[in-house]
Write a protein that binds this ligand. Structure first.
Ligand code: UTP
Length: 208
């Protein structure tokens, strides 16, 4: 039987050049969707999928992220003094979401290198990788990561969640190559390769 997937890695050490100037001093994972930073949605998805330990790969710009998931006693006290107890609970709940650890990727050598920085944290366990800038919403349904973990349980293979993108956009993404000899089983497709940001004419599919 496969070991339970208990650990997740969130690589968040990219330069975020597409979001400059917002990302000059703040990680793109801290940019909010209305009033919640993206990374908080991602961590909620991991927790809702049964993940117990999370390692965030950061760079030198990530203090805001660490502070966001830490206790802030001064803020708690001030909110208590002004009777804002609902807000006190809200910020306490964020600090209690999961066991979160951090490691620095010292140079931005790419996503693969960022994942490799988690080698000793993971040991020989199966693990999940969630990209800190990609929120998948499945209201009232199973979180996307939980669906991937279930498929891992059935196939014992690495499982990747993909989305169909417009042909003109394939060069912005990593694109997977579906197997020609294994027909898709429902939404489960065997993959034979993947290409990072291919030219439109070289893209093996529109699955990003
Ligand atoms: P992206 O391809 O989105 O790169 O990385 P980026 O550097 O963040 O953004 P742009 O292209 O400059 O706008 C995919 C994921 O891998 C992480 C990013 O934080 C993002 O979650 N990453 C990327 C790292 O952790 N380290 C790297 O060296 C590169």
């Amino acid at each position: 039987m496969n070991k339970k997937v208990r650990k997740a890695i969130i690589p968040a050490a990219g330069l975020g050049t597409r979001f400059l100037p917002a990302t000059k001093a703040i990680a793109k994972e801290m940019l909010p969707i209305v009033d919640i930073p993206t990374i908080q949605y991602i961590i909620q998805e991991a927790v809702d999928s049964g993940i117990e330990e999370i390692l965030i790969i950061t760079n030198s710009n990530k203090h805001a992220m660490e502070n966001h998931f830490d206790k802030n006693y001064e803020l708690e006290e001030r909110l208590k003094e002004s009777g804002k107890l609902e807000q006190v609970k809200m910020i306490q709940d964020i600090a209690d979401m999961a066991n979160i650890y951090y490691i620095r990727q010292k140079e931005p050598k790419g996503l693969g290198h960022a994942v490799l920085c988690a080698k000793s944290f993971i040991g020989d366990e199966p693990f999940a990788v969630l990209l800190g800038d990609d929120v998948v919403v499945n209201k009232e349904g199973k979180p996307a990561l939980k669906q991937l973990i279930e498929q891992y349980g059935k196939t014992s293979a690495s499982v990747i969640g993909v989305q169909t993108v417009d042909k003109k956009d394939v060069s912005k993404y990593g694109i997977v190559e579906p197997s020609k000899s294994h027909p898709a089983k429902g939404r489960l497709v065997k993959l034979t390769d993947m290409v990072e940001k291919p030219a439109v004419e070289k893209a093996p599919s529109q699955l990003a």
